[in-house]
Design a protein around this ligand. Structure first.
Ligand SMILES: *[C@@H]1O[C@H](CO)[C@@H](O)[C@H](O)[C@H]1NC(C)=O
Ligand SMILES: *[C@@H]1O[C@H](CO)[C@@H](O)[C@H](O)[C@H]1NC(C)=O
Ligand SMILES: *[C@@H]1O[C@H](CO)[C@@H](O)[C@H](O)[C@H]1NC(C)=O
Length: 492
């Protein structure tokens, strides 16, 4: 054997040691993208034992920076029942998706300069089973809730770290948005219980991030009225009326006067895009949106936006509050398909639905065929998923996790009316931690990008100025800035 062959063997051996990741999961090309991947991508299933077994689908983007030193982050979209490809396609994934000119054709993919894979290894997970590409064989109706979902996702993580042992030593964070305000702390709590019990492999869990997250029925609801007032959506008179009639408690009205005052506020904000009050509300031509049927708005108003190009955002991102005040209470969570006759108003998810249901794309990312796991939908409908909110308020979870020394960043796009920042600001303050970095602006690109308040126990509350429900979608550069600073433990 020649020396050069010898050194080649040596190089290969080194690669094998570094890269234990399953090569069958490697994504080598993607329809719509004709460039070079800036880092490796893997995608596939992890099967959780059980009867029936649950096949959990993940898409793993390796960091474009220093994979073995950068943290591993698990990303979860909310719903409940929404696929984490929401984050991949519309928020902080490695590509920007440019919709095709002809409807039904594949979008074109360009590299996203603000991808969160610039600074972290990131796993996009479809959870629970029945959501996105995750499925159980021969199952048509999935019934689950917060507790089981957290346990299942923990099992997924243990198996995932076994498949990717080279990442076991990395710092690990959990992140998510909207209803993932429930997924994230409940999963974090399972992970910590696992660590305490000596579960293997050891997960090097460090902390979590939640964006515009559901946390607590009372706090989340109560933020709504002050939000509409502060944003200039209701009059001084209407605000005073609500404060007096409801005695400052705007959830679950128990007098007619309070219900009437709240109803007036609902009517005032009804036509807005709930996910970002600054954005236009897109209505598909001929759409039969429930909200426009039930209001007495003039017909010209109902046509608002009909001619506008659909925004590259999605149809169904159930946070908590649509229709207004259909909030997340204990028990069965209503799904979009029940709340709305047709489509959810204002937004459009065509680009993701077209791409992820393409046979070539499903094959490229190792997703099951449509005949096996069903069509990919942004959010599972009620006929497919019955989901119970059974974990109660998240406040005790946050208290326990931060008390144990895990870092937490709770952030809010400040123009989201679905989970308004006012409620989030109030519950973070309610933990009663000492303020160690008082409310101050934070900057991105030499401009004020929002405000941050730092508390003891590594808890921070941060706003992103002008962003809606899905922060990185509206403010990608600013989002990557606070994300990377926080992950590194720097001051934001
Ligand atoms: C699912 O259905 C197929 C076809 O009927 C059958 O072969 C298979 O055993 C079923 N799987 C389970 C887990 O029930
Ligand atoms: C929080 O911690 C307390 C005290 O250790 C424990 O009894 C309780 O079960 C924990 N609750 C949650 C939701 O983690
Ligand atoms: C905050 O996090 C840092 C970095 O993980 C850690 O060194 C420090 O002890 C934490 N502070 C508190 C009060 O938990």
């Amino acid at each position: 054997m020649t020396t050069s062959n010898g050194s080649l063997v040596c190089v290969l051996l080194t690669l094998v040691v570094i890269e234990a990741a399953p090569q069958s999961a490697l994504v080598t090309q993607l329809p719509g993208f004709d460039g070079t991947f800036p880092s490796k991508h893997y995608a596939g299933y992890v099967t959780l034992d059980g009867n029936p077994p649950k096949n959990y689908f993940y898409y793993f983007v390796v960091s474009e920076n220093k994979p073995l030193q950068d943290p591993v982050v698990l990303w979860l979209n909310g719903g409940p029942g929404c696929s984490s490809f929401d984050g991949f396609v519309f928020e902080h994934g490695p590509f920007n998706f440019q919709p095709a000119e002809t409807p039904g054709s594949l979008p074109t993919l360009h590299l996203n300069p603000y991808s969160w894979s610039k600074v972290s290894n990131i796993i996009y997970l479809d959870s629970p089973a029945g959501v996105g590409f995750s499925y159980s064989p021969n199952t048509s109706l999935y019934v689950t809730g917060d507790t089981e979902t957290a346990q299942n996702t923990h099992s997924f993580l243990l198996k995932w770290f076994e498949l990717y042992p080279e990442y076991q030593a990395n710092r690990f964070f959990i992140a998510g948005e909207s209803y993932a305000g429930v997924y994230v702390p409940t999963l974090a709590s399972e992970v910590v219980k696992g660590i305490d019990a000596g579960a293997k492999p050891l997960i090097n869990f460090k902390g979590y991030l939640v964006g515009n997250g559901v946390a607590d029925h009372d706090y989340d609801e109560n933020g709504f009225v002050p939000f509409t007032y502060g944003m200039g959506l209701i009059s001084d008179q209407m605000f005073k009326e609500a404060v007096n009639a409801c005695k400052g408690i705007f959830h679950d009205p128990n007098t007619e006067a309070c219900a009437n005052a709240l109803n007036k506020i609902d009517i005032a904000v009804d036509g807005l895009n709930i996910y970002n009050i600054l954005e236009p509300c897109y209505h598909a031509p001929g759409s039969n949106e429930e909200v426009f049927k039930r209001t007495n708005l003039p017909p010209s108003f109902k046509q608002l936006g009909v001619t506008e190009k659909p925004m590259a955002v999605r149809k169904r991102i159930f946070g908590r509050g649509w229709p207004l005040r259909a909030s997340v209470k204990e028990g069965l969570v209503p799904m979009w398909s029940q709340l709305m006759a047709n489509e959810v108003p204002c937004v459009d998810d065509t680009v993701a639905t077209t791409w992820l249901n393409d046979v070539g794309v499903r094959k490229a990312i190792h997703a099951a065929a449509e005949s096996v796991s069903g069509p990919w939908e942004l959010c599972a409908s009620f006929s497919k998923l019955r989901y119970y909110h059974d974990a109660g308020s998240m406040i005790i979870y946050h208290k326990n996790l931060t008390t144990r020394g895990y870092r937490a960043l709770i952030y809010s796009g400040d123009h989201d009316m679905c989970v308004p920042y006012t409620g989030t600001e109030a519950w973070t303050a309610s933990l009663g931690y000492k303020i160690i970095d008082e409310w101050r602006p934070w900057n991105s690109n030499d401009q004020v990008a929002g405000y941050v308040q730092g508390y003891d126990k590594n808890l921070s509350f941060l706003t992103v100025k002008g962003a809606g429900h899905t922060v990185p979608e509206y403010k990608p550069r600013e989002a990557l800035d606070f994300y990377s600073r926080w992950l590194e433990g720097k001051s934001i």
